[in-house]
Design a protein around this ligand. Structure first.
Ligand code: COA
Length: 372
């Protein structure tokens, strides 16, 4: 694990403010006790296994789940990718930044505030700029989008240079839909705060990207893969994990602020990986190792924190799935943003409609306070 990540994670503490309600929302409900995630009335299992990202966007943005044959949103996303690609030459140094999320933050800031369809424009920009950064990082030219493809298929195509198989498209689609929204998580809150001031959607999404960049939020899957590499074989897992805890480090992909049981998204992704492997189209086959490490991590954490319920979170199988799709680990967080931008935009619009400024309070503990 990178030292900076390990230190940040080792120092992380609860704020004591979890559970504070800052908005009413129709978008998603996270039940941390039962391990359930509902997206506008549909379970994450139902959507994750069957919906495309365009269908999830229609559901989250407009409140209706369209038929698979309804291509309106797919056309809007395709057109938005084409327009975003025309901005690439004007992005200048933004695409040359060494970190994918820093690059995405700078690049998305170039999207015009007055786009006629801001949701598709932002979704298109995130996918096109994330893929263009990844190509550049490999010393290759960006690949122009194919607006006739689904968003998931075209993102993989723009990353890898060749159209994906149906199995790979389905697996990425499962991932993107599964992570599209998740209650008032940190990046969604950041985006809503910006939207609540009456600012524009581009500023709000840039704020979301900034929050997602942190290792406690969207940055965990890369280190999960580093961990699987370092462990190498299931029988080495318990010893390796115990040594990590003894060194004061956290186990990446385990634990969650809300879930006290296994994150339901982990099962959706685990099944997506199984299906990809069964189709013979996985670039890597880490599922047996990952399952062994997961079992060992749950046991080691239960022994160390018997009073906590530290279980697998979404990032654990995200790492395995994206790696199996041939996505480089340096692009994992940006790929998360390709899915999560759908939820961010839904929340931005919902917040804007409420017309309410989010202005929480802090507790003064400085000189002269009662706590001094
Ligand atoms: N590995 C080791 N210890 C962990 C842990 C992990 N993954 N997750 C929590 N703990 C420990 C903490 O160190 C803390 O112990 P302490 O009181 O001795 O300091 C205790 O359990 C706190 O548990 P909890 O309140 O459930 O965690 P949190 O809400 O503060 O943190 C996370 C939630 C997600 C930040 C945390 O579980 C974590 O850092 N996980 C690893 C990073 C990760 O996978 N992030 C992606 C989240 S989707």
């Amino acid at each position: 694990m990178h030292t900076a990540t390990a230190n940040t994670v080792a120092r992380a503490k609860s704020s004591g403010l979890e559970g504070v309600v800052v908005a009413d929302s129709e978008l998603s409900e996270v039940d941390g006790e039962q391990g359930r995630l509902i997206l506008r009335g549909f379970s994450v299992e139902e959507l994750g296994h069957h919906a495309t990202l365009e269908q999830a966007a229609e559901l989250l943005w407009n409140g209706r789940l369209p038929d698979a044959g309804d291509r309106r949103m797919q056309r809007a996303f395709g057109e938005a990718r084409r327009r975003a690609f025309s901005l690439v030459p004007a992005l200048g140094p933004a695409l040359a930044l060494p970190d994918a999320m820093a690059s995405l933050r700078a690049a998305v800031a170039h999207v015009a505030e007055n786009e006629p369809e801001p949701g598709p424009a932002l979704a298109g920009a995130v996918a096109v700029f994330a893929a263009a950064w990844a190509r550049r990082a490999e010393g290759r030219a960006p690949v122009a989008p194919d607006p006739s493809l689904s968003h998931a298929a075209d993102y993989l195509r723009m990353l890898r240079g060749t159209p994906p198989s149906a199995a790979a498209e389905r697996a990425l689609s499962s991932y993107l839909v599964t992570v599209a929204d998740h209650g008032m998580n940190a990046s969604t809150f950041a985006a809503r705060v910006v939207a609540s001031t009456g600012s524009d959607a581009v500023s709000a999404i840039v704020a979301g990207i900034g929050a997602l960049k942190g290792p406690l939020h969207g940055g965990a899957p890369g280190p999960v893969l580093d961990m699987l590499d370092a462990i190498g074989a299931p029988e080495r897992a318990a010893g390796w994990l115990e040594a990590e805890l003894a060194a004061g480090r956290r186990i990446m992909g385990m634990g969650h602020r809300i879930y006290r049981v296994r994150d339901p998204r982990a099962a959706v992704l685990e099944r997506a990986i199984e299906e990809l492997e069964r189709a013979g189209d996985a670039a890597s086959r880490r599922l047996p190792l990952a399952r062994g490490v997961e079992r060992a991590a749950v046991e080691v954490l239960a022994a160390r924190y018997p009073e906590r319920a530290l279980r697998t979170n979404v990032e654990f199988y995200t790492a395995v799935l994206l790696d199996a799709l041939g996505v480089e680990r340096r692009s994992f967080s940006a790929t998360f943003a390709v899915g999560r931008v759908i939820g961010w935009y839904a929340h931005v619009e919902e917040q804007r409609r409420s017309g309410r400024l989010i202005r929480p309070a802090s507790r003064y503990v400085g000189p002269g306070s009662a706590t001094q």
